[in-house]
Design a protein around this ligand. Structure first.
Ligand code: MN
Length: 347
């Protein structure tokens, strides 16, 4: 029988999605009233919340359960612990006041579920980025009072990116609390989504990583990590393509800075790849593919890459066992599945 003891490590899945009933009801309100201005949201939740296809119905049921069904699915795939986060776009669609209320409620519900399943579940705090002071306070409440392990943002907030100093109270809070901020994908912002839509490329197939890789690079190039040198960011999907691009990002960034080409790209204290190796951590969510995992482990560090499934979007039991076969030493494999997550999220 496959147990943590027999295999030598616990499997901790670090990017697992959930949604409160209340947030899902608000998604339905927006879809049915058409009172939003986000085509990516329309294509994502117009499908998963409204389609009668089997894929949509399965996901719709699974994502709203963080009790018996979730635990049964974890048992069926051999996941020992799930790190839960509020699914995209989360609270960021809503007005700052409503977003704060939804985040608070979802964090309370998440903490209650973790209390019911303390050995199986952990979670990250949702917050409203567009209410930066209140958002920072909610992260602090989530970490200090509710025992959550960091903060979660679903990329852009109504087309705004966190390199804007408006959002920096969030970074101050994460740095002060010494917890990571997970930048999970969202559909491309309204400014960039249009050419993705007609071929259904806006979500996990390509648009999520285009959006989220852009967001991470904006943080680096804007100097966020020179201002917040201890800030820890987690990216899913093996770094949203960035590890594959390290060489060219460094090469081109140096040329842009040297030539004084842009007010928006000032000199940095370190190379872009240095920040990606020193301030960032990576999860394997949705990318259980040996050549890609190996590249990211070798280039970013075996101590920076963590296992994730991306349940329920990519709930495939065979992917877990494929990751068990990675060509790693026992110590590296234990770090990938268990040790890195324990250290980075203080589990
Ligand atoms: Mn995900």
């Amino acid at each position: 029988m496959d147990t943590p003891e027999s295999r030598g490590y616990r499997r901790i899945a670090t990017e697992e999605a959930w949604c409160t009933l209340e947030l899902m009801a608000r998604y339905h309100d927006l879809l049915e009233a058409g009172t939003h201005n986000d085509p990516g949201f329309q294509n994502l939740w117009g499908f998963f919340a409204q389609s009668q296809s089997q894929r949509a119905r399965d996901l719709y049921e699974r994502i709203q359960d963080i009790d018996q069904r979730r635990i049964a699915d974890m048992d069926a795939t051999g996941i020992d612990v799930s790190l839960l986060m509020l699914t995209a776009p989360g609270v960021q669609m809503f007005s700052p006041d409503e977003a704060c209320a939804l985040a608070r409620d979802s964090n309370d519900q998440l903490a209650a579920a973790i209390a019911r399943h303390p050995t199986r579940l952990a979670g990250l705090a949702a917050f409203a980025p567009h209410a930066p002071q209140a958002g920072a306070a909610e992260i602090e409440r989530g970490v200090r009072q509710l025992g959550l392990k960091g903060a979660l943002v679903n990329s852009h907030t109504q087309g705004r990116y966190m390199d804007d100093e408006f959002f920096w109270p969030i970074f101050e809070a994460c740095e002060a609390l010494d917890v990571p901020l997970y930048i999970h994908p969202n559909s491309p912002s309204p400014q960039m989504v249009e050419p993705f839509l007609s071929r259904c490329l806006d979500a996990a197939i390509w648009g999520f990583q285009a959006e989220t890789g852009l967001h991470a690079l904006r943080l680096i190039v804007s100097g966020v990590f020179d201002r917040f040198p201890k800030l820890k960011i987690v990216l899913g999907h093996l770094g949203e393509g960035l590890p594959f691009w390290l060489y060219r990002i460094d090469f081109m960034h140096a040329g842009i800075v040297r030539s004084g080409r842009s007010e928006g790209a000032k000199p940095l204290q370190r190379k872009p790849s240095d920040y990606l190796r020193e301030n960032f951590y990576y999860t394997s969510s949705g990318m259980p593919w040996e050549p890609a995992v190996t590249l990211v482990q070798q280039q970013m560090g075996y101590d920076r890459v963590m296992y994730a499934m991306d349940y329920p979007y990519q709930y495939v039991a065979e992917e877990v066992t494929a990751m068990d076969q990675l060509p790693l030493t026992p110590a590296q494999k234990r770090a990938f599945f268990q040790g890195n997550a324990e250290r980075i999220f203080k589990l």
